[in-house]
Design a protein around this ligand. Structure first.
Ligand code: PLP
Length: 394
């Protein structure tokens, strides 16, 4: 029989010439297991997805129950389905301000697409502003607002009327004008290598959008659901956007995304034209049941309150002359080494030693630390020992 590795390269479309290509058979908590039984501590959680750990029993049981009840029934927005409405109710209860209307999608990129359309429709304007080095997804609209030319060049022409400004540059906020439909921002830039907003920057951005009548969109696709030490990063910076985007950990390990706004804004997507934004599978009942179980698990077990402390332990233990900087907040961190080659070799060494990490799309000098939020002290010590050992061997 052909090996899975063979079929992976033979029949799966590749996203690069250098996939991690690690075969994983099962997963539990913070651990991934290969068919041979070798185990790996997961330091990336599927890129900020598995916040409550792999195969959390609460999610598995919700998925099984929902699968026994019903799968897909009807396109999003027509039938009343319990998992969708219960999850939306809980989300709105925990979100501040007027963020009380949830539009479900299947992915983060689709949440970005929906939010852009909503902004244009609501404001009647066309210009979209986003930030250099931001990552918002790979569909054509999401790629257009992504702020990395190397990633985009080969796919031009992209969506017109998109402009990029510099993150943390107050002067560049003057670009936001009466033509601007929306400004899309990651409150903490992820793929740029975990860049935090400077003090007051997001406040100034909020004020400027308000002044010019542009909608402010927070992409909380990586930062959401506890990763930064708050349930949502917007709480950390005390800025409430007009639209917020979720995906990744939102579905508790199943595909689910959403853009959330006020009813007043959101209603503009439902008329003139009616059905101007629709999706077949957005808010799949099994994904929503998993998302609801995951959200409840985070709240019931107060997972968020320990995240900051867990992040500090990593920082304390990661003391090594090859480490240039440990950046980030909570359990969303980038560790900067000397250069890209070293990071690549380092990642291979870590995998050999039973630890999975990776690099950032727009910052090859850093490796990622975004483990499940349930990571224990012992597991953190294990991870840091492997990191230090691997650095020593480079
Ligand atoms: N926005 C951010 C901040 C992301 O990190 C990602 C994915 O990495 C996306 C959007 C796109 O999400 P998806 O891959 O689910 O389309």
């Amino acid at each position: 029989m052909l090996s899975n590795r063979h079929l992976f390269f033979e029949n799966l479309a590749q996203t690069s010439g250098f996939p991690l290509s690690l075969e994983i058979e099962r997963a539990s908590g913070c651990w991934l297991y290969s068919p041979g039984g070798k185990r790996y501590l997961d330091l990336i959680a599927g890129v900020s997805v598995s916040n409550i750990g792999h195969n959390n029993p609460a999610v598995i049981s919700a998925v099984k129950d929902q699968a026994d009840t019903h799968l897909h029934l009807m396109v999003y927005g027509e039938f009343i389905q319990k998992p969708q409405v219960r999850l939306a109710e809980m989300l709105c209860r925990f979100l501040p301000g007027k963020l009380n209307s949830v539009f479900y999608t299947n992915s983060g990129s689709e949440a970005v697409e929906g939010a852009i359309k909503l902004s244009r429709r609501y404001t009647g304007r066309h210009e979209i502003i986003s930030f250099n080095n931001a990552y918002h997804g790979s569909t054509l609209g999401a790629l257009s607002v992504t702020g990395n030319e190397a990633q985009k060049r080969a796919f031009r022409p992209l969506v017109p009327s998109v402009r990029h400004i510099d993150f943390n540059c107050t002067a560049s906020l003057s670009e936001i004008s009466r033509d601007t439909a929306c400004v899309l921002v990651e409150p903490v830039q992820g793929e740029a290598g975990i860049i935090l907003p400077e003090s007051g920057f997001l406040h100034k951005l909020r004020e400027k959008c308000h002044e010019q009548g542009a909608l402010l969109i927070f992409d909380e696709i990586q930062t959401g659901f506890g990763r930064t030490g708050r349930l949502f990063a917007m709480e950390l910076f005390e800025v409430v956007p007009d639209i917020v985007l979720f995906a990744k950990s939102f579905g508790g390990g199943l595909p689910l995304g959403a853009f959330v706004s006020s009813k007043e804004i959101m209603i503009s997507l439902s008329n003139n034209p009616a059905l101007g934004h629709i999706t077949t599978f957005g808010g799949h009942p099994v994904s929503c049941a998993a998302g609801l179980a995951s959200f409840k698990y985070i709240i019931d077990n107060d997972l968020v309150s320990n995240v900051e402390k867990k992040g500090f332990l990593f920082r304390k233990l990661l003391d090594h002359p090859s480490i240039r900087e440990v950046r980030g907040i909570g359990l969303l961190m980038a560790v900067e080494l000397e250069d890209e080659d070293i990071v690549k070799k380092f990642i291979e060494k870590c995998i050999d030693k039973g630890l999975v990490t990776d690099w950032f799309l727009f910052n090859g000098k850093c490796f990622r630390i975004s483990p499940p939020l349930i990571i224990s002290e012992k597991e953190t010590e294990y991870a840091c020992n492997v990191i230090l050992e691997s650095l020593n061997e480079l």
